[in-house]
Design a protein. Sequence first.
Length: 981
Amino acid sequence: MDSKMGYQELPGASSVHDARRRPSLPKTILLALCTAVATATVLTCNTFLQSAASQRIHYVPLNAETILTRCAALGEKPRPPTDFLARDASDRYEPGTKSTLVKNARIWTGARNGTEIVYGDVYLDKGVVKGIGYIPEALYASEREVIVVDAKGGWVTPGLVDLHSHVGVSSVPELHGTLDVNSEHGPILPWLRSIDAFNTHDDAFQLAIAGGVTSVQVLPGSGNAIAGQAFMFKLRKTSDRTPSSMVLEPPHSLNGSSANSEHPMRWRHMKQACGESLIAYGNRMDSMWSYRWAYNEARRIKDSQDVYCAKAEAGLWDELSGQNYPDNLQWEALVDVLRGRVKVSTHCYEEVDLDSMVRLTNEFEFPIASFHHASEAWLVPNLLKRTRVVCFLHELALTEWGGTPTVGVFAAVHRYKRESFRGSGFAPRVLADNGIPVVMKSDHPILNSRYLMYEAQQAHYWGLPPHLALLSVTAVPATAAGMSHRIGVLQEGTDADVVLWDSHPLQLGATPRKVWIDGILQIGADEEGIVIGKGKEARQFQEVPNVPNWDKERKEAIKWDGLPPLAPTQYRSRVLLRNVREVTVRDPDAEDRLKTLLEPGELSDVVLDRGRITCIGKHCLGGINAEVEIDLQGGAIAPSLMTFGSPLGVEEIMLEASTGDGVLFDPLHGDPPSILGDKGGLVRTADALKFGTRNALLAHRAGVTYATSSLEKTTYFTSPAFIAGLSVTFRTGSAHALEPGAVIKQITALHIVLSRTSPSSLVGQASVSTQIAALRRLLLNGEPDDTETGHWFKRAAQGAIPLVIDVASADIMAVLLRLKVEVEQARGSLMKMVFFRATEAHLIADEIAREKVGIILEPARPFPQVWDERRILAGPPLTNDTSLVRLMDAGVTVAIGCRDAWQPVNTRFDVAWAALETNGRITRQKAQALVTTNLEKLLDIEGWIDEDGGDLVAYQGGSIFDLSRKPVAVASPRRGLVDVL
Ligand SMILES: *[C@@H]1O[C@H](CO)[C@@H](O)[C@H](O)[C@H]1NC(C)=O
Ligand SMILES: *[C@@H]1O[C@H](CO)[C@@H](O)[C@H](O)[C@H]1NC(C)=O
Ligand SMILES: *[C@@H]1O[C@H](CO)[C@@H](O)[C@H](O)[C@H]1NC(C)=O
């Protein structure tokens, strides 16, 4: 165990070592029975104590009353004040706020297990929802001024609640001075508090609100077993501007006030973690011991408090002479955990860790409110139910706790570490089927909290019923945090945190038109004149989206312990697709190089022979002796998608070095091994390629059949190598490199990463000016021709191979545009330059267009992660434009890329989002081009894919833009087969 771990004897605790644990009732006893027993016992004991006290008083300390008040409070549990919902004004009300009437809305209230929908109005007054449905004029007639908003039939929901966020403690743009999420001072730190690090200047607040998120639980990081106390915050900047004023229902102890009957005890929150994250303090056995040690310390204090109070309440003051009330500032929060007053959030991925934690809660008898990240929880639902409902009697106090924890998961962020390798999109549905409450969360800034509803959309796509998907980001997290009396639900008396959406919130791209927190409008003021929801006029956007049926796949996934086989069934002769509504193919001569063959509306048959379309029509004879027939149910056939930017095919698990290529030499920080005979150490990704990774096979099943990968990208925690290798383009579904068509282009592009020192890195990066100088030299004079570096940089300077530069800042891009001109003048060439990431490219869109530089945007929806990316164009509801439209309007060839190997699976969703966020300004064809022909053009592989027509994907039940569609087959003329998925 690390020496940082404190095993010191507790001051003040030594005198209570021999305190005996109270005997507990049989653990399996039902709560109801328990309550009855307790009530009877309390009455009996009270009578006994009263008579005992009257006979035995010898000595009473001066502060006896204080002690007795304290003792009396031991049995108290957090709860909202009685009649809380009858309040007239919120404690968060900002005087002067006008009341608001939202009329003509479809209100999903979050009540009745998410099944209640009210058609009508919502009235917000003094920070509180004062009416829902029919609002009699009398309710607001006395108000001098009421703001009236016509929802025009649009959807209204409660403000979203993000149960797992590091907003404010891991703020953006990330800077060295704002890394306050993990303390390095030991595995057990229950005395730390996230509020003490909460930065009110985080750029993420406004973005999250723009996604409808109004409340968050701000957790310390996961680097410690017990990382500290969490707090619930509302994201609205208050007039007071302080972190304290942003906390929702702060525990009274926070500012030294105390609970009383008018202000009963409030919930506290705590963050725990297990598994890999704790590696700094030893292995799994070490961390579980650190937990048991800590809880044992807390239990000793708790028990001695109980013994002390039992004596005090019995009037046995003589026996307490010289003893203070046992307490300890370091452990008091953990003692409160044992008293059932803390909503504990525990980050735990795997079966082994979940099992250890459940055992721990049963050993020390405390409840866990929620497991987070729980990648394998869906595989062990019964284990989660073994967090017992326990109750036992402590003198006069009845304590009850336990119950099945809520489980918080990501929709698609899986396989980035061993612990998450068995994570699955099916998990939310499986958990729900087992009666376990499900939460979708962001882990902001891991995912941008702004897209919390997108997590719910994906959960719905993979099978979670719509009402549970909406609950997973509203009432369920609110309940798990002990706040459902005021947030996550719209009913009379709850907080006036309200979102008015431009479409049904489970539709891809759903965007808030207006967001209120505490009745104060945060987003969507009319005078800002931002266009929101244009292009979503069709009625379908206001309905719950249809989604595919995944029953078979879900059962398979469970059967295979989370790792179902992913290889498709291959057909090498005829395949008949019926009821096809749309067919789009690549066409070198068409606009965007895409051509639609079927008019929307018609239903046709399509015959594929050895992966090639041989007939489209109603009477295809070729279909008669087809090997297999698939009903597309009005679905579509379209060119397969392509992905760029992630290490797909280069690594299997991001955090497991043994599954990847290893460390790339960085010529700016030392010479590569001399045996390379190349000062630049330029290497080929094709030499590092591995096939059959789960991410690649899942991408293939999602219709993403082509990938271009390089060896390095910007990372936020380490310093990337400057020369990122020569990329390779390959087929995601191939079995190995020697299979026909597996490798499409061995050497695709030359890659450079221009980066600054990462805020969390201690190693300084070579300066940007040094990096540009090196690039200039490599392109102008260059290394000797007989080295890889010399050869390929020369080719890039001549425009014979694309030069892809990972860069975010507009200033650096401007320098690169000048450098391009300089090189072209010197060499008389025309370079093929592409900026990847290009977060700030919108600022110099015209200049980029003039220099004919291409852009691959990453992420698809921008986020100001670091300083170089802070000038984002956020898109509706914050700005009219997105980077995409701004660049396309300027005439730039734009594509969409990604960063991590789990992301290619979601390429189709990213494109749909990108198109929807343009307010109808780009066609579907243009949107498809972003991840097909535009990428091919920028990476100069057009001929390589077109030659054989390229892969096609058959989608059942819709087009690539619909949540209802499911990829069912990949037709591959090059490989002469059809993969049935
Ligand atoms: C809500 O769902 C729970 C669990 O499925 C069920 O026990 C409860 O009765 C439901 N409540 C309502 C109001 O439908
Ligand atoms: C402590 O905060 C509560 C609100 O949570 C407030 O009502 C009270 O006045 C504060 N007390 C002090 C001493 O600041
Ligand atoms: C957004 O676009 C609308 C319609 O084109 C325009 O009226 C409005 O001024 C624009 N708003 C901003 C902030 O550019």
